[in-house]
Design a protein around this ligand. Structure first.
Ligand code: GCW
Length: 649
């Protein structure tokens, strides 16, 4: 049965002309003489090509007598030669090449992708280099198997049986990542357990590192800042204490002895109760630099900018900028500061984070969330590439777009994997993993292009299918924005789980835990004034960009408190416009369900039904979001639903 385990690497048998062309070509894999020495990366390339081609040709493959098309794997073995590849065709056949072994694995996946999409093997010509050096997944997986914000079952990492037993799933995971160019993995939650740094866990991590090395993946660990105290027996974790510095140095040496290409540490410090340098009156830079010194030129410290402190009545959207921008230039060269796409927290829509462009002397990396904590989790269909595209293309007004700012460094995505048979809980959430990798490799790809290749490889190449499903995917994130948090509203999700609506919640201890803090609805109007008359978060952006954001209808209630009866450009009042947006979101989900219902003949029954049933839930829950939110706003503004609005159903 098709249960989705194969992800986009299904290599479903070709049909028609595409099949005839590949049969005609009659591929034979060859490895260049110089590369004959056993190399696990080239072996992986040969294996994948063999398996993929066989599968694309169908069973049983009709073998053709006579000529055959050679596929020559011919890559250099330069360890730091770069990850770029080329796939070219000449009279003798196809040649996959590049400076390093990993070039050939990436080239093999690119070739298989093209062939899967029906390309002619006699004219394939590809050359590609990754835009960003670090293309990374962050797993929020706890060692006990629970995944924070995970909606696809338990963790895929079997710490219990490692290092003695390596699940085949770990190889298939590496294949999936390599096929989209992901080259770095943080295996544990940023809310970290210090004991992950103990020798028994280093041995487990080594087994994973060894298994993934052929696929070009480096492992990283989330490190708990207080580890020198928690597991090191020291009385303090003060980063300026010599014994603490020596402890981190010895810990790094121990890890490198086991894993010579260990990537480094990811740290969440002084945020949401995590320990950090501020506990000792030190700065984020003091903390990051001590870990950086321990790693030396062997690795990187990735320090998260997602911080906000309790007992601070500054607008939460402003706190990271306020804390980090003054530290620009103080971080060691092997420190990266990792910044979420927006200034609050992975909302369905946020303006880009004002830190991008504001720290020219610090290496900044983008953090996106693949797992859809605030976008209907594993149930609602929302394709996130349009959101990431929006952020990557945003002009910071300070030396380039967000993509240009982070390109020399990289992009991290909070993974959505779990032990569900299809990896991601819902079949369409596979597209978000796929799109994240493709965009990190090449942020100039469009979300449409990525959706097309994903849908064709994952479900069906039938043009009618692709033409229907791609637009459905492209509109799906806006639908979520409309029925959950239209017009720039944010964080209206119920407390803790962040799934359903909770705009009425207003009694939690910390102000910024409450949805009412973000919506600021009162009898007169709704929205958070972040202009000069309010928190002035707007001033954290470069002036021309701030002006654009202030005038952007998508961020209306993000930046302004607006009267319920204020006229909108549409001519309608804000209230009527808001109601209209919720309705638009509900209608969009109905249309998605109709689109999917028409695809039955293109999709295997198991996955067809799984997606259809999720969409039924989403239809009901879009209504839940709209009706609960409107009822709450009405209880505040006392306004009737505008004329012509359909009654709740
Ligand atoms: O998105 C929020 C989540 C927390 C998470 C935190 C973070 C890992 O609700 O679960 O903790 O952000 O990014 O650190």
């Amino acid at each position: 049965a098709e249960d989705g385990y194969d992800l986009w690497l299904r290599y479903a048998p070709l049909e028609g002309e595409a099949l005839e062309r590949l049969e005609e070509f009659n591929p034979q894999i060859a490895v260049d003489l110089y590369n004959r020495e056993d190399n696990p990366t080239l072996e992986a390339a040969v294996r994948e090509l063999g398996f993929g081609l066989h599968s694309l040709l169908g069973e049983p493959a009709r073998s053709r007598p006579g000529g055959h098309g050679r596929i020559l794997i011919d890559c250099g073995s330069h360890p730091t030669g770069g990850e770029q590849y080329f796939v070219t065709t000449d009279r003798q056949g196809i040649r996959i090449g590049g400076p390093s072994h990993i070039s050939c694995l990436y080239g093999a996946y690119a070739l298989l992708r093209e062939l899967s999409l029906g390309a002619d093997p006699r004219t394939i010509n590809l050359t590609s280099a990754p835009a960003m050096p670090l293309r990374m997944l962050n797993h929020w997986d706890n060692p006990d198997g629970h995944v924070e914000r995970g909606y696809a079952g338990r963790s895929i990492f079997d710490w219990w049986n490692l290092p003695d037993r390596l699940d085949q799933r770990m190889i298939d995971y590496a294949r999936a990542n390599a096929s989209i160019g992901i080259n770095a993995v943080v295996v544990n939650n940023v809310n970290a357990q210090a004991y992950m740094l103990e020798p028994r866990y280093i041995a487990k991590l080594k087994r994973l590192a060894d298994a993934w090395r052929p696929y070009g993946i480096r492992v990283f660990l989330s490190a708990r800042f207080s580890a020198p105290r928690d597991i090191g027996g020291l009385p303090t974790a003060d980063p300026l204490d010599p014994a603490v510095r020596a402890w981190w140095r010895a810990k790094a040496d121990e890890i490198y002895a086991a894993i010579p290409d260990f990537g480094g540490f990811l740290v969440k410090a002084n945020s949401e109760g995590q320990p950090g340098p501020q506990d000792y009156g030190r700065s984020h830079a003091d903390g990051a630099n001590v870990l950086a010194e321990a790693l030396g030129n062997r690795g990187t410290v990735i320090w998260r900018a997602f911080v906000y402190s309790e007992h601070n009545d500054v607008d939460r959207a402003m706190q990271a900028f306020d804390e980090f921008v003054p530290l620009d230039g103080q971080f060691a060269p092997n420190v990266i500061v990792q910044v979420k796409n927006g200034p609050i927290d992975f909302q369905p829509r946020e303006p880009f984070h004002p830190m991008f462009g504001a720290m020219p002397n610090t290496r900044l990396m983008l953090e996106a969330q693949i797992t859809k904590e605030y976008l209907g989790q594993g149930t609602h269909l929302a394709y996130l590439a349009p959101m990431w595209e929006e952020v990557l293309h945003a002009d910071t007004g300070r030396g380039g777009t967000v993509a240009q700012i982070v390109q020399p460094v990289g992009m991290a995505g909070v993974a959505n994997t779990g032990s569900d048979r299809n990896w991601t809980g819902s079949d369409f959430d596979q597209a978000n993993w796929y799109a994240f990798g493709r965009l990190a490799w090449d942020p100039s790809l469009t979300s449409e292009q990525i959706a097309r290749e994903w849908a064709a490889q994952t479900f069906s190449r039938a043009p009618e299918f692709v033409e229907a499903v791609v637009p459905m995917m492209l509109g799906s994130r806006q639908a979520v924005v409309d029925y959950m948090t239209p017009l720039g509203l944010a964080h209206q999700m119920a407390t803790g789980h962040h799934y359903g609506p909770g705009p009425w919640v207003c009694d939690l201890a910390r102000p910024e835990w409450n949805p009412c803090y973000y919506a600021r609805a009162d009898r007169q109007g709704i929205g958070f004034d972040r202009t000069a008359s309010g928190s002035n978060a707007l001033a954290q952006y470069a002036p021309p960009v701030a002006a654009g954001l202030a005038a952007d209808p998508d961020y209306l209630l993000w930046f302004h408190h607006v009267g319920w009866d204020q006229a909108m450009p549409s001519g309608r009042s804000l209230w009527a416009e808001l109601v209209g947006r919720y309705d638009t979101g509900v209608a969009a989900v109905d249309a998605m369900a109709d689109t999917w219902a028409a695809q039955q003949r293109h999709v295997d029954p198991q996955r067809f039904r799984a997606v259809a049933e999720n969409l039924v839930i989403q239809q009901a829950e879009a209504r839940w979001w709209r009706d609960a939110s409107l009822a709450w706003w009405q209880s505040i503004n006392g306004l009737p639903l505008p004329e012509g609005t359909r009654p709740p159903q």
